[in-house]
Design a protein around this ligand. Structure first.
Ligand code: NAD
Length: 468
């Protein structure tokens, strides 16, 4: 079916129908199906990352003030290891997945055959601008697709670098980078795709899904939300605080799976706050605003949003801002009103609210009354407490006695549940997301049992029942 621009795309004067058509034409040649093509492209992407490491790290520094270690661990190195894992397992992933065949279909073979989807759209977000655009692209290539990559306009240095590098290294008949903001994204969404993979906020997620519905296009939505973190009264407080500080204040708190707020039992909050303060000074020094290891807030609009969260709050640590960078110091808010914006909206910044409850069960009830989170964390010395929390809550992912570390395991699919998203990726989950897992049954002409064919009789029916 030809791609047709929607009314809005025509109104904005932007139209990508020809781009999509060009990629569809390449796809139809069958070149992306070949395992060799997929591997060559993955190696080309690896070369792009390796040869341009310096420029990539600089772009991430320009966009978000990312220090080298964070940029390597969470973006550049993350992608290299994703490519390595994909190349290691691709031969296995593309193979037919054999299943048993019921007697009624003997002689026969049954299997599931992954096949590419076609041309896919990948829309990235600004907070990990390289990882969130290229990790889905790695999966899309592995599965044998053509792709359009749309980086976030809020991370312009990374966006323009990716737009420059991709055509230098990749097969340009099968990939296109489209830079831009809402108008470009809207025009892209008006086209017909074989899959749309979106990372970003919930409100735009709904726009993406509405646009996809027009063409019945499947979507993966990697969204956000408020990820809670339980801290039990019996926990290794020093390590808990260290890992909490690492997960909360990496990228200045602008991480979709960062602990959004902490739940502790009444009476233990001050001990925890002291431990966090000590860890903060160890990791970012006395003045984090001058620390090279501490990131920037993406822009002044987001800094103002974060500052507004602190109005009328009991700020027990931090709160200082540097307008010039721009950034906000690691900040702790104790017992915010549950009706306040800081407890209603995803914070996506360096503010950590701590709320107290009478018991872990009260904390579980609190979490379960709210939208299903993307990640959930729990710290305790007691395995029973941890298992109780895992069993009685739901979230995209859960990690105990640490924060965010599940991201290091490519065997674990990553994605949300409910309003934190749908679908998943990383490792084989990503390959499957960008594949159609086709059901295949191969029958033989041998043995053609006659009783399944009309005209039917009681005898035929009773024989058939034996095979059901
Ligand atoms: P963003 O502003 O970068 O937007 C995401 C993408 O949507 C961009 O490419 C942008 O151009 C596009 N976009 C903006 N308006 C649009 C529109 N009207 N129509 C179509 N596309 C449009 O990112 P954001 O939304 O500020 O991202 C923050 C949110 O993303 C947070 O909720 C965070 O938790 C979530 N997030 C989730 C993940 C994840 O992997 N689950 C990762 C990062 C961020």
């Amino acid at each position: 079916m030809p791609n047709r621009p929607s009314l809005h795309a025509v109104e904005s004067g932007i139209c990508f129908v020809d781009t999509v058509q060009k990629l569809n034409d390449s796809y139809m040649t069958g070149k992306t199906h070949a395992l060799d093509w997929r591997k060559t492209q993955l190696l080309a992407l690896k070369r792009m990352l390796v040869e341009n490491e310096h420029d990539i790290l600089k772009a991430l520094k320009d966009d978000l003030g990312k220090c080298k270690t964070e940029a390597v661990v969470a973006e550049h190195g993350f992608l290299l290891s994703d490519i390595k894992h994909t190349l290691k397992h691709l031969n296995k992933w593309v193979k037919p997945r054999k299943v048993s065949t019921p007697m009624a279909a003997w002689p026969g073979k049954s299997f599931q055959q992954p096949e590419p989807l076609g041309t896919v759209l990948i829309i990235g977000a600004w907070n990990y601008p390289l990882q969130l655009l290229l990790a889905p692209y790695i999966a899309a290539i592995a599965a044998g697709n053509c792709a359009v990559l749309k980086p976030s306009e809020l991370s312009p240095a990374t966006s323009s670098l990716v737009a420059k590098l991709i055509p230098q290294y990749m097969d340009t008949s099968c990939v296109e980078v489209i830079e831009g903001a809402k108008d470009e994204a809207t025009a892209l969404l008006a086209c017909q795709w074989d899959h749309i993979f979106y990372t970003g906020g919930e409100a735009v997620g709904k726009i993406v899904m509405t646009a996809a519905a027009r063409h019945l296009t499947p979507v993966t939505l990697e969204l956000g939300g408020k990820s809670p973190c339980f801290v039990d009264k019996k926990t290794n407080l020093q390590v808990t605080a260290r890992r909490l500080v690492w997960g909360k204040w990496m990228n200045a708190g602008q991480t979709c799976i960062a602990p959004d707020y902490v739940i502790v039992e009444k009476g233990t909050e001050y001990e925890l706050i002291d431990a966090i303060k000590l860890e903060l000074s160890k990791q970012f020094g006395k003045n984090p605003l001058t620390s090279r290891d501490y990131g920037n807030i993406v822009n002044h609009r987001h800094l103002s949003r974060l500052q507004s969260y602190l109005e009328g709050m009991n700020v027990v640590h931090g709160g200082e801002v540097d307008e010039a960078r721009p950034t906000m110091a690691p900040t702790i808010v104790l017992e915010p009103s549950l009706d306040s914006a800081v407890m209603k909206e995803e914070i996506f910044g360096p503010i950590l609210p701590i709320i107290t409850v009478n018991s872990i069960d009260d904390g579980i009830a609190f979490v379960n009354k709210r939208p299903k989170p993307l990640a959930l964390y729990a710290f305790s010395d007691n395995d029973e407490v941890l298992d109780h929390i895992i069993k009685n809550t739901t979230s995209g992912s859960v990690c105990t006695n640490d924060t965010m570390m599940f991201m290091t395991n490519p065997e674990l699919p990553f994605g949300g549940v409910g309003s934190s998203g749908m679908g998943s990726y990383h490792g084989r989950a990503g390959f499957d997301t960008f594949s159609h897992i086709k059901t295949v049954m191969k029958r033989s002409f041998a043995l053609d049992v006659p009783f399944r064919y009309a005209p039917f009789s009681k005898l035929k029916l009773s024989l058939l029942k034996k095979f059901l």
